[in-house]
Ligand binder design. Structure first.
Ligand code: GDD
Ligand code: MN
Length: 362
Protein backbone atom coordinates (compact mmCIF):
# COMPACT_ATOMS: atom_id res chain seq x y z
CA UNK A 1 0.00 0.00 0.00
CA UNK A 2 1.35 3.41 -0.95
CA UNK A 3 1.43 5.90 1.88
CA UNK A 4 1.34 9.68 1.62
CA UNK A 5 4.57 11.14 3.03
CA UNK A 6 3.49 13.46 5.81
CA UNK A 7 6.71 14.61 7.45
CA UNK A 8 10.34 14.95 6.44
CA UNK A 9 12.66 15.54 9.37
CA UNK A 10 15.73 17.44 8.21
CA UNK A 11 18.79 16.93 10.40
CA UNK A 12 21.87 19.05 9.68
CA UNK A 13 24.91 17.28 11.01
CA UNK A 14 28.61 17.75 11.19
CA UNK A 15 30.69 15.26 13.16
CA UNK A 16 27.67 13.67 14.80
CA UNK A 17 28.50 10.04 14.07
CA UNK A 18 27.72 8.81 17.58
CA UNK A 19 24.36 10.57 17.58
CA UNK A 20 22.96 9.16 14.33
CA UNK A 21 21.59 5.81 15.51
CA UNK A 22 20.12 7.22 18.77
CA UNK A 23 18.51 9.99 16.70
CA UNK A 24 16.79 7.52 14.36
CA UNK A 25 15.60 5.46 17.33
CA UNK A 26 14.29 8.59 19.08
CA UNK A 27 12.38 9.68 15.96
CA UNK A 28 11.00 6.17 15.51
CA UNK A 29 9.61 6.29 19.04
CA UNK A 30 8.29 9.85 18.79
CA UNK A 31 6.64 9.58 15.37
CA UNK A 32 4.92 6.21 15.54
CA UNK A 33 1.64 6.20 13.65
CA UNK A 34 2.89 8.79 11.16
CA UNK A 35 4.42 8.37 7.69
CA UNK A 36 7.77 10.10 8.01
CA UNK A 37 11.34 10.07 6.75
CA UNK A 38 14.56 11.62 7.99
CA UNK A 39 17.21 13.32 5.84
CA UNK A 40 20.62 13.73 7.43
CA UNK A 41 22.47 16.51 5.64
CA UNK A 42 26.15 15.96 6.28
CA UNK A 43 28.93 18.24 5.10
CA UNK A 44 31.37 15.42 4.54
CA UNK A 45 32.23 15.12 8.24
CA UNK A 46 35.68 13.64 8.85
CA UNK A 47 34.27 11.41 11.62
CA UNK A 48 32.26 9.38 9.09
CA UNK A 49 28.77 10.62 9.95
CA UNK A 50 27.60 9.89 6.40
CA UNK A 51 28.67 6.23 6.57
CA UNK A 52 26.85 5.87 9.88
CA UNK A 53 23.67 7.19 8.24
CA UNK A 54 24.07 4.98 5.17
CA UNK A 55 24.49 1.87 7.29
CA UNK A 56 21.05 2.48 8.73
CA UNK A 57 19.55 3.74 5.46
CA UNK A 58 20.47 0.48 3.73
CA UNK A 59 17.95 -1.39 5.84
CA UNK A 60 15.51 1.41 6.73
CA UNK A 61 13.98 3.26 3.78
CA UNK A 62 12.76 6.06 6.04
CA UNK A 63 16.36 7.17 6.45
CA UNK A 64 18.24 9.14 3.82
CA UNK A 65 21.68 10.71 3.62
CA UNK A 66 22.55 13.87 1.72
CA UNK A 67 26.30 14.29 1.63
CA UNK A 68 27.66 17.66 0.53
CA UNK A 69 31.26 18.04 -0.50
CA UNK A 70 33.46 21.12 -0.30
CA UNK A 71 30.91 23.18 1.59
CA UNK A 72 29.96 23.99 5.16
CA UNK A 73 26.96 25.69 6.68
CA UNK A 74 24.02 24.87 8.88
CA UNK A 75 21.51 27.06 7.03
CA UNK A 76 22.38 25.90 3.55
CA UNK A 77 22.34 22.28 4.76
CA UNK A 78 18.80 22.75 6.05
CA UNK A 79 17.71 24.40 2.80
CA UNK A 80 19.08 21.62 0.62
CA UNK A 81 17.70 18.88 2.85
CA UNK A 82 14.27 20.49 2.66
CA UNK A 83 14.42 20.89 -1.11
CA UNK A 84 15.05 17.14 -1.38
CA UNK A 85 11.70 16.42 0.28
CA UNK A 86 8.24 15.84 -1.19
CA UNK A 87 6.42 15.55 2.13
CA UNK A 88 3.56 17.77 3.27
CA UNK A 89 5.52 19.10 6.24
CA UNK A 90 9.14 19.74 7.14
CA UNK A 91 10.65 19.57 10.60
CA UNK A 92 14.16 20.80 11.31
CA UNK A 93 15.97 19.46 14.34
CA UNK A 94 19.60 19.33 15.48
CA UNK A 95 21.42 16.05 15.09
CA UNK A 96 22.94 16.09 18.59
CA UNK A 97 19.80 15.15 20.56
CA UNK A 98 19.69 18.57 22.26
CA UNK A 99 16.21 19.26 20.87
CA UNK A 100 13.25 17.29 22.20
CA UNK A 101 11.89 15.16 19.35
CA UNK A 102 8.89 14.07 21.46
CA UNK A 103 7.46 17.57 20.83
CA UNK A 104 7.23 17.00 17.07
CA UNK A 105 3.65 15.60 17.04
CA UNK A 106 2.51 18.66 18.99
CA UNK A 107 4.30 20.97 16.57
CA UNK A 108 2.73 19.13 13.63
CA UNK A 109 -0.72 19.44 15.17
CA UNK A 110 -0.22 23.19 15.62
CA UNK A 111 0.62 23.66 11.94
CA UNK A 112 -2.12 21.32 10.78
CA UNK A 113 -4.61 23.40 12.69
CA UNK A 114 -3.57 26.62 10.99
CA UNK A 115 -0.27 28.04 12.26
CA UNK A 116 2.24 28.88 9.50
CA UNK A 117 5.13 27.78 11.62
CA UNK A 118 5.66 25.88 14.88
CA UNK A 119 8.81 26.77 16.78
CA UNK A 120 10.29 24.81 19.63
CA UNK A 121 11.00 27.39 22.30
CA UNK A 122 13.21 27.19 25.36
CA UNK A 123 11.74 30.38 26.71
CA UNK A 124 7.95 29.98 26.93
CA UNK A 125 6.18 28.55 29.99
CA UNK A 126 7.38 24.98 30.37
CA UNK A 127 10.51 25.45 28.25
CA UNK A 128 14.02 25.34 29.56
CA UNK A 129 17.46 26.30 28.30
CA UNK A 130 19.51 24.57 30.97
CA UNK A 131 21.42 22.68 28.26
CA UNK A 132 23.24 25.90 27.22
CA UNK A 133 26.82 25.05 27.94
CA UNK A 134 27.92 28.13 29.94
CA UNK A 135 26.75 31.42 31.49
CA UNK A 136 28.50 33.10 28.58
CA UNK A 137 26.27 31.21 26.12
CA UNK A 138 23.19 32.21 28.13
CA UNK A 139 24.16 35.87 27.91
CA UNK A 140 24.96 35.63 24.20
CA UNK A 141 21.69 33.91 23.57
CA UNK A 142 19.77 36.68 25.37
CA UNK A 143 21.49 39.47 23.45
CA UNK A 144 20.89 37.68 20.16
CA UNK A 145 17.21 37.25 20.94
CA UNK A 146 16.81 40.95 21.74
CA UNK A 147 18.44 42.01 18.46
CA UNK A 148 16.51 39.45 16.43
CA UNK A 149 13.20 40.61 17.88
CA UNK A 150 14.05 44.17 16.97
CA UNK A 151 15.04 43.39 13.40
CA UNK A 152 12.16 41.02 12.61
CA UNK A 153 9.51 42.96 14.50
CA UNK A 154 8.15 39.67 15.89
CA UNK A 155 7.55 38.82 19.51
CA UNK A 156 8.83 35.26 19.11
CA UNK A 157 10.66 34.25 22.28
CA UNK A 158 13.27 31.96 20.75
CA UNK A 159 14.07 33.34 17.28
CA UNK A 160 17.46 31.60 17.31
CA UNK A 161 15.88 28.19 17.64
CA UNK A 162 17.03 25.54 15.21
CA UNK A 163 13.96 23.44 16.03
CA UNK A 164 10.83 24.15 14.00
CA UNK A 165 8.18 22.71 11.70
CA UNK A 166 6.32 24.19 8.72
CA UNK A 167 4.45 23.20 5.54
CA UNK A 168 6.88 22.35 2.75
CA UNK A 169 4.91 24.60 0.36
CA UNK A 170 5.63 27.62 2.56
CA UNK A 171 9.32 26.80 2.72
CA UNK A 172 9.46 26.43 -1.06
CA UNK A 173 7.78 29.80 -1.53
CA UNK A 174 10.40 31.46 0.68
CA UNK A 175 13.38 29.40 -0.51
CA UNK A 176 14.52 31.77 -3.24
CA UNK A 177 14.62 34.68 -0.78
CA UNK A 178 16.79 32.97 1.84
CA UNK A 179 20.38 34.05 2.23
CA UNK A 180 21.46 30.56 3.28
CA UNK A 181 24.32 32.07 5.26
CA UNK A 182 25.36 31.08 8.73
CA UNK A 183 23.52 29.41 11.56
CA UNK A 184 20.14 31.05 11.91
CA UNK A 185 17.85 29.48 9.34
CA UNK A 186 14.67 30.18 11.31
CA UNK A 187 15.45 33.88 11.48
CA UNK A 188 16.29 33.83 7.80
CA UNK A 189 12.88 32.26 7.05
CA UNK A 190 10.92 34.71 9.18
CA UNK A 191 12.68 37.67 7.60
CA UNK A 192 12.21 36.25 4.09
CA UNK A 193 8.44 36.20 4.41
CA UNK A 194 6.69 39.22 2.92
CA UNK A 195 3.64 38.56 5.12
CA UNK A 196 3.72 38.23 8.86
CA UNK A 197 3.75 34.52 9.75
CA UNK A 198 1.51 33.15 12.45
CA UNK A 199 3.85 31.31 14.77
CA UNK A 200 2.95 28.70 17.40
CA UNK A 201 5.58 28.35 20.10
CA UNK A 202 5.92 24.92 21.66
CA UNK A 203 7.97 24.71 24.85
CA UNK A 204 10.70 22.13 25.15
CA UNK A 205 13.65 21.43 27.38
CA UNK A 206 17.01 22.03 25.71
CA UNK A 207 19.09 19.00 26.65
CA UNK A 208 22.83 18.91 27.22
CA UNK A 209 24.99 17.37 24.57
CA UNK A 210 26.30 13.92 25.44
CA UNK A 211 28.37 13.10 22.35
CA UNK A 212 30.35 15.31 19.96
CA UNK A 213 30.87 19.05 20.37
CA UNK A 214 29.14 22.32 19.51
CA UNK A 215 30.16 24.07 16.29
CA UNK A 216 29.05 27.51 17.44
CA UNK A 217 31.98 29.85 17.89
CA UNK A 218 32.81 33.54 17.65
CA UNK A 219 32.89 33.39 13.86
CA UNK A 220 29.33 32.13 13.79
CA UNK A 221 28.32 35.24 15.73
CA UNK A 222 30.04 37.48 13.22
CA UNK A 223 28.14 35.66 10.47
CA UNK A 224 24.95 36.27 12.39
CA UNK A 225 25.66 39.99 12.45
CA UNK A 226 26.25 39.72 8.72
CA UNK A 227 22.84 38.11 8.21
CA UNK A 228 21.14 40.98 10.03
CA UNK A 229 23.05 43.62 8.07
CA UNK A 230 22.15 41.82 4.86
CA UNK A 231 18.47 41.93 5.79
CA UNK A 232 18.65 45.62 6.63
CA UNK A 233 20.30 46.35 3.27
CA UNK A 234 17.77 44.00 1.60
CA UNK A 235 20.42 42.04 -0.23
CA UNK A 236 21.40 44.95 -2.51
CA UNK A 237 25.05 44.70 -1.51
CA UNK A 238 26.46 41.14 -1.34
CA UNK A 239 27.16 39.97 2.21
CA UNK A 240 30.63 38.84 1.15
CA UNK A 241 31.47 42.32 -0.02
CA UNK A 242 30.37 43.81 3.31
CA UNK A 243 32.53 41.32 5.20
CA UNK A 244 35.42 42.02 2.85
CA UNK A 245 35.06 45.78 3.40
CA UNK A 246 34.87 45.42 7.19
CA UNK A 247 38.01 43.31 7.11
CA UNK A 248 39.59 46.02 4.94
CA UNK A 249 38.64 48.69 7.47
CA UNK A 250 40.28 46.63 10.18
CA UNK A 251 43.33 46.40 7.91
CA UNK A 252 43.59 50.20 7.89
CA UNK A 253 43.82 50.06 11.68
CA UNK A 254 46.57 47.43 11.55
CA UNK A 255 48.40 49.48 8.94
CA UNK A 256 48.36 52.66 11.07
CA UNK A 257 49.35 50.86 14.28
CA UNK A 258 52.26 49.01 12.70
CA UNK A 259 53.33 52.22 10.96
CA UNK A 260 53.47 54.04 14.30
CA UNK A 261 55.41 51.20 15.94
CA UNK A 262 57.92 51.12 13.11
CA UNK A 263 58.33 54.90 13.30
CA UNK A 264 58.85 54.68 17.05
CA UNK A 265 61.49 52.02 16.40
CA UNK A 266 63.35 54.54 14.25
CA UNK A 267 62.30 53.59 10.69
CA UNK A 268 61.79 56.33 8.11
CA UNK A 269 58.23 57.02 6.92
CA UNK A 270 58.45 55.17 3.60
CA UNK A 271 59.86 51.99 5.16
CA UNK A 272 57.45 52.14 8.11
CA UNK A 273 54.47 52.60 5.79
CA UNK A 274 55.58 49.67 3.63
CA UNK A 275 55.90 47.41 6.69
CA UNK A 276 52.48 48.60 7.90
CA UNK A 277 50.86 47.92 4.53
CA UNK A 278 52.28 44.41 4.23
CA UNK A 279 51.23 43.62 7.82
CA UNK A 280 47.71 44.85 7.05
CA UNK A 281 47.50 42.73 3.90
CA UNK A 282 48.60 39.61 5.77
CA UNK A 283 46.07 40.29 8.54
CA UNK A 284 43.37 40.87 5.93
CA UNK A 285 44.21 37.65 4.17
CA UNK A 286 43.94 35.74 7.44
CA UNK A 287 40.63 37.34 8.38
CA UNK A 288 39.12 36.87 4.94
CA UNK A 289 40.28 33.28 4.89
CA UNK A 290 38.73 32.62 8.31
CA UNK A 291 35.62 34.72 7.92
CA UNK A 292 34.60 36.02 4.53
CA UNK A 293 35.52 32.80 2.76
CA UNK A 294 34.94 30.49 5.68
CA UNK A 295 33.16 28.02 3.41
CA UNK A 296 36.11 27.64 1.03
CA UNK A 297 38.93 28.28 3.49
CA UNK A 298 42.41 27.65 2.06
CA UNK A 299 44.62 25.36 4.09
CA UNK A 300 48.28 24.26 4.07
CA UNK A 301 50.18 24.89 0.84
CA UNK A 302 47.10 26.35 -0.82
CA UNK A 303 46.90 28.97 1.94
CA UNK A 304 50.49 30.07 1.24
CA UNK A 305 49.80 30.26 -2.47
CA UNK A 306 46.60 32.18 -1.69
CA UNK A 307 48.47 34.63 0.54
CA UNK A 308 50.99 35.42 -2.18
CA UNK A 309 48.25 35.89 -4.77
CA UNK A 310 46.35 38.08 -2.32
CA UNK A 311 49.43 40.28 -1.76
CA UNK A 312 49.83 40.69 -5.52
CA UNK A 313 46.13 41.45 -6.06
CA UNK A 314 46.04 44.01 -3.25
CA UNK A 315 49.26 45.66 -4.38
CA UNK A 316 47.74 46.15 -7.83
CA UNK A 317 44.60 47.42 -6.05
CA UNK A 318 46.62 50.03 -4.20
CA UNK A 319 48.38 51.07 -7.40
CA UNK A 320 44.93 51.59 -8.98
CA UNK A 321 43.76 53.38 -5.85
CA UNK A 322 46.64 55.84 -5.83
CA UNK A 323 46.62 56.34 -9.61
CA UNK A 324 42.93 57.15 -9.76
CA UNK A 325 43.04 59.38 -6.68
CA UNK A 326 45.95 61.32 -8.18
CA UNK A 327 44.26 61.76 -11.55
CA UNK A 328 41.02 62.95 -9.90
CA UNK A 329 42.92 65.29 -7.60
CA UNK A 330 44.75 66.79 -10.57
CA UNK A 331 41.40 67.35 -12.31
CA UNK A 332 39.33 68.80 -9.44
CA UNK A 333 41.70 69.56 -6.56
CA UNK A 334 39.41 68.06 -3.91
CA UNK A 335 41.54 65.75 -1.85
CA UNK A 336 38.91 63.97 0.30
CA UNK A 337 36.68 63.09 -2.66
CA UNK A 338 39.62 62.00 -4.78
CA UNK A 339 41.04 59.88 -1.99
CA UNK A 340 37.68 58.27 -1.25
CA UNK A 341 37.04 57.47 -4.92
CA UNK A 342 40.47 55.87 -5.16
CA UNK A 343 39.82 53.81 -2.02
CA UNK A 344 36.41 52.61 -3.24
CA UNK A 345 37.85 51.50 -6.56
CA UNK A 346 40.71 49.79 -4.73
CA UNK A 347 38.31 47.85 -2.48
CA UNK A 348 36.03 46.81 -5.35
CA UNK A 349 39.05 45.68 -7.35
CA UNK A 350 40.49 43.72 -4.44
CA UNK A 351 37.14 42.10 -3.77
CA UNK A 352 36.29 41.19 -7.34
CA UNK A 353 39.71 39.87 -8.25
CA UNK A 354 40.46 37.99 -5.03
CA UNK A 355 36.99 36.39 -5.10
CA UNK A 356 37.75 34.83 -8.45
CA UNK A 357 41.53 34.31 -8.20
CA UNK A 358 42.29 33.60 -4.55
CA UNK A 359 39.14 31.95 -3.21
CA UNK A 360 37.55 30.66 -6.38
CA UNK A 361 34.93 27.99 -5.65
CA UNK A 362 35.71 24.39 -6.50
N1 GDD B 1 25.54 20.03 7.70
C1 GDD B 1 26.03 20.82 8.66
N2 GDD B 1 26.99 21.74 8.32
N3 GDD B 1 25.58 20.73 9.93
C2 GDD B 1 26.10 21.54 10.87
C3 GDD B 1 27.07 22.50 10.58
C4 GDD B 1 27.54 22.59 9.24
O1 GDD B 1 28.39 23.40 8.88
N4 GDD B 1 27.39 23.17 11.73
C5 GDD B 1 26.62 22.62 12.69
N5 GDD B 1 25.85 21.63 12.19
C6 GDD B 1 24.87 20.79 12.89
C7 GDD B 1 25.41 20.13 14.12
O2 GDD B 1 26.01 18.87 13.82
C8 GDD B 1 24.17 19.96 14.96
O3 GDD B 1 23.43 18.83 14.58
C9 GDD B 1 23.36 21.20 14.62
O4 GDD B 1 23.85 21.64 13.35
C10 GDD B 1 23.53 22.32 15.67
O5 GDD B 1 24.89 22.58 15.85
P1 GDD B 1 25.54 22.69 17.30
O6 GDD B 1 26.99 22.95 17.08
O7 GDD B 1 25.13 21.55 18.16
O8 GDD B 1 24.82 24.01 17.77
P2 GDD B 1 24.53 24.53 19.23
O9 GDD B 1 24.06 23.44 20.11
O10 GDD B 1 25.64 25.37 19.68
O11 GDD B 1 23.34 25.53 18.84
C11 GDD B 1 22.01 25.28 19.15
O12 GDD B 1 21.45 26.45 19.65
C12 GDD B 1 21.25 27.47 18.72
C13 GDD B 1 20.57 28.58 19.45
O13 GDD B 1 21.38 29.05 20.48
C14 GDD B 1 21.24 24.77 17.93
O14 GDD B 1 19.96 24.40 18.39
C15 GDD B 1 21.04 25.78 16.89
O15 GDD B 1 20.17 25.23 15.88
C16 GDD B 1 20.40 26.95 17.53
O16 GDD B 1 20.29 27.93 16.58
MN1 MN C 1 23.99 21.45 19.84
Amino acid sequence: MLQRMILTVVVPCYNERANVAPMVAALDAALSGLTWEVVFVDDDSPDGTAQAVREIARVDSRVRCLRRIGRRGLSSAVIEGTLSSSADFIAVIDGDLQHDETRLPLMLAAVQSGADLAVGSRYVEGGDSEGLSSPFRVKLSNIGIRIAQMVTGTKITDPMSGFFLLPRALFERLAARLTGQGFKILLDLIMASPEKLSIAEIPYKFRSRTAGESKLDALVLVQFAGLLIDKILRGVVPLRFIAFTLVGAFGVLVNVLVLEFARAAGEGFATAQTIGTVAAMIANFQLNNQLTYRGQRLKGARAWRGLILFLVVCSLGSVANIGIARALYAANGRSILSGAAGAVIGVVWNYAVSATLVWRGR
